[in-house]
Structures are given as structure tokens and as C-alpha cells.
Design a binder for this molecule. Structure first.
Ligand SMILES: [Zn+2]
Length: 428
């Protein structure tokens, strides 16, 4: 026992795991991650530019006058929103096609052809436009009735809608895009259910969804609230991860559940929406005056100011990115710690974190991490896992693998296989 404790060097194990994703593969993963951040910024500015264009050309003013001439003011909100959303979505479509489809294919993440991707994109667009349109009609009714305090009541409305969508999401929305089936009976399922029982999670089933239909990336999640909460894992996780890794991931997901992260996030989201609405409310008059007669935007209840309200809200959210990312990241770190203690699979957790490093930057600088990363980095995760293992070994735990980094070959095999698949795809 004593010799074992002396022979495990956490730092050496961390370096061994981090070294398992290296060379051209590491460069490509870094480039993908940096590009994600860059294209996110580009999309934000393109969105603002499109709004500006639609105001400057008089399109929005004309649209507002057109719909309000044909119907009562309250009813005009929906057609205005619909036409504006369709036009701005069409104008930004080339960018979305690049960032969400072709770029994902280029990096070997997407498994879809363009037609399949675009079909899902249209379903998504239709659903969000329908739900968004109803929400916006209600929001404008609130704005027009309560010009000073609308942002408080509006926050309640939007948060309640998000909660409702979370409730019905796993039952009505997720099955549109993927098939969810109970996991096949076997020792791995038993292990996962045992983890759930040990954490007092009232789950009697684990679901598998056909993530491979859209993506080659590995994933699992907790979705739903109240009665619809469920833990699901992608078929890619079962395909590409060893049982030790699957258990580590599922213990992390159970951690989110046990630590009530869904409710915590809902509360945080409400606070951020309230601040965003307050910001939009405070800056709206100034921006409308700046636009002048060419924009023709009236007071805050004018539907012609809707794109302006959206733009101001998006500016607020853009600058809040480091804050929201840090909120999510700290929840993720909590789930990591919980999951390690529950599953006791530090090597499995380290290995799967390296596999994620095939498309997430493993070791970004501190500023980059703070601003752009909504999950602990690969380095964060392998460090936590190996420190846990070192502490357990030092405390005399007998269930820890005494080898330094036993799953490094497994990670190398996965990364090489993924690389070969990507190369084969770009050759045809
Ligand atoms: Zn998580």
C-alpha cells in the first residue's frame, strides 16, 4: 500500500493524458474551437448589420405601416414578427449554412448530408418562429399595458415559457429530431442504474438516443423538469467510450440532477433576462432617436421597434458571455466533482475528457477560458481526476487502478480512428 502511494504521480499522469491528443489532431481541435468563438462574434455583428440595413432601407418602417393598416395593432405583432424573422433569417442564411453545417462537416463532427441538415434546420425554424411569435404577441401586450415595469413582467413570461419548454421538450420536441429508446439490458445499464440508486435518483430507466444520425461527437444529458426529467446518453457515447468512461460521464449527469442545476440555471436565466430587458428598456429611446425619421421608430410599444429591442438585448447578451459561460462552467465543475466521487472512475473521466479534446480546445489560456469556455477545459478535468485519484490512493483506497495513465492507448486509438474517418470522408 505504502509503495503504491509513493508510485502514483498525479502530474505525470496529467501530462500523459494531455499528450494523448497531440500534433496535427491537437492543432485541428484548437483551430475548430477558436473558429467557433470567432464565428460566434462574426454572427453577432452580422445580425446587428442586418438589423441596421433593414432600418436604413426603410424596410421595417414599411412593414410596420403595411401590417398595421390591414389589422388591429395587437394582431399586427405576429405578422410583423413573422416577416421580419423570415427576411433576416434568409439574409443571414449563408453564414448559418457555413457555421452550422459545412464547417461541422469539414471538421468531421457532422454525419449529415446537406439535405438532412437543412430539413432539420427548417423544422427548428418553424417551431421557434411559431413559439417565438406567440411569446412576442404576449410580450407586446405587456409592454403596451405596463410601459414602465414591462421588463419585470416580461421576464416572468419568458422564464415561464422556458420552463414550459423544458417540461415538454423531452416528450414533444426532442423526439422530432431523434429516437429515444430504453438502453439495452446488460451490465453497463445495471452499473448506471446502480449509480443512480446510490445518488437517490428516482430513475428506473436510462435512455439512448441516435445522436449518430447528426453527429460523430460523444454526449449525454439530463433534460426536462419536474416529471419529465430523464438522463439520456447518445449512441455515440456507447460506441466510442469504454464502460469506465460511460460510467464517469453518467455520474457527471447524475450530478447535475442531484445538485438541482436545472432549477439553479432557470433562476440565473431569469436574472439575466431581467437585466437584459432593463438594459434594452433604458437604451431604447436613445437608439430610436438616433435612427431618426428614416427608421420611424415610435415609443417602446411600437412594433416597428421590435428589431431594435432584439438588437439591444443581443448586445447585452454578447457582453454577458463571460458571465453566463462562467455560471455554466462552475456548475459543470460541480458536476465533475460529484461524478468523480460517485463513479470513482478517475481514469475513465480523464480519458473521456481527452476524447472530447478531439473537438474542444484542451488547454486554452486563462482569458480565453474565462471568456469563451462554458465547460471546464480538458486540462481542468484531467487535473481534477488525477488529483482525486492521488488522494484516494494516498488514503489507501483499494479500488483505484495503480497504473499511471492506463487509458492513454484507448484515447489514442479513438483519436486516430476519428482522424481516419475524417480523412476518408474528405477524400470522396
Ligand atoms: Zn455537464
Amino acid at each position: 500500500m505504502f509503495q503504491l502511494a509513493a508510485s502514483f504521480d498525479a502530474q505525470q499522469a496529467i501530462d500523459a493524458y494531455l499528450g494523448s491528443v497531440s500534433g496535427a489532431i491537437r492543432d485541428r481541435s484548437d483551430a475548430y474551437d477558436e473558429g467557433q468563438a470567432l464565428w460566434g462574434i462574426v454572427s453577432f455583428f452580422v445580425g446587428l448589420a442586418v438589423t441596421l440595413l433593414l432600418y436604413q432601407t426603410g424596410f421595417i418602417k414599411g412593414l410596420r405601416d403595411g401590417v398595421e393598416k390591414r389589422m388591429p395593432r395587437w394582431a399586427a405583432v405576429f405578422p410583423f414578427f413573422l416577416v421580419y424573422t423570415v427576411v433576416s433569417t434568409v439574409l443571414t442564411l449563408p453564414l448559418a449554412v457555413w457555421t452550422d453545417h459545412f464547417r461541422e462537416v469539414q471538421y468531421g463532427n457532422s454525419t449529415q448530408g446537406f439535405g438532412a441538415w437543412f430539413g432539420e434546420y427548417l423544422i427548428n425554424f418553424g417551431l421557434s418562429t411559431l413559439i417565438g411569435g406567440i411569446l412576442i404577441m404576449l410580450l407586446y401586450a405587456i409592454i403596451r399595458a405596463l410601459k414602465r415595469t414591462w421588463w419585470i413582467w416580461g421576464t416572468g413570461l419568458v422564464t415561464a415559457t422556458i420552463a414550459l419548454l423544458m417540461l415538454i421538450g423531452p416528450v414533444f420536441i426532442a423526439p422530432i429530431f431523434n429516437d429515444y429508446t430504453p438502453m439495452e439490458e446488460g451490465p453497463l445499464k445495471e452499473d448506471i442504474l446502480n449509480l443512480a440508486r446510490a445518488a437517490s435518483v428516482p430513475a428506473d430507466d436510462v435512455y439512448v438516443y441516435d445522436r449518430s444520425r447528426q453527429s460523430s461527437t460523444i454526449s449525454a444529458n439530463v433534460s426536462g423538469i419536474l416529471g419529465t426529467t430523464r438522463i439520456s446518453l447518445g449512441d455515440t457515447l456507447i460506441r466510442d467510450a469504454t464502460p469506465a468512461e460511460v460510467k464517469a460521464v453518467m455520474a457527471h449527469e447524475i450530478g447535475h440532477y442531484v445538485l438541482n442545476h436545472v432549477y439553479e440555471m432557470l433562476l440565473s436565466v431569469a436574472v439575466i433576462i431581467a437585466l437584459g430587458f432593463a438594459f434594452a428598456n433604458a437604451t431604447y429611446g436613445l437608439a430610436a432617436r438616433w435612427g431618426g425619421a428614416r427608421w420611424g421608430v415610435g415609443d417602446i410599444g411600437d412594433v416597428g421597434g421590435m428589431p431594435l429591442l432584439f438588437a439591444l438585448f443581443s448586445v447585452f447578451m454578447f457582453f454577458m458571455t463571460p458571465v453566463t459561460n462562467t455560471m455554466i462552467r462552475s456548475n459543470e465543475a460541480e458536476a465533475d466533482a460529484y461524478g468523480l466521487a460517485l463513479a470513482r472512475e478517475p481514469d475513465g473521466f480523464a480519458a473521456v475528457s481527452m476524447k472530447l479534446g478531439a473537438y474542444r480546445k484542451l488547454d486554452p489560456g486563462p482569458v480565453e477560458r474565462f471568456v469563451f469556455h462554458d465547460h471546464p477545459t480538458g486540462r481542468d478535468r484531467v487535473t481534477m481526476a488525477m488529483n482525486f485519484k492521488a488522494a484516494e490512493i494516498a488514503a489507501g483506497a483499494t479500488d483505484m487502478d495503480p497504473a499511471m495513465a492506463p487509458l492513454v492507448p484507448e484515447v489514442e486509438r479513438y483519436v486516430a480512428g476519428r482522424e481516419a474517418g475524417r480523412a476518408a470522408k474528405s477524400a470522396d
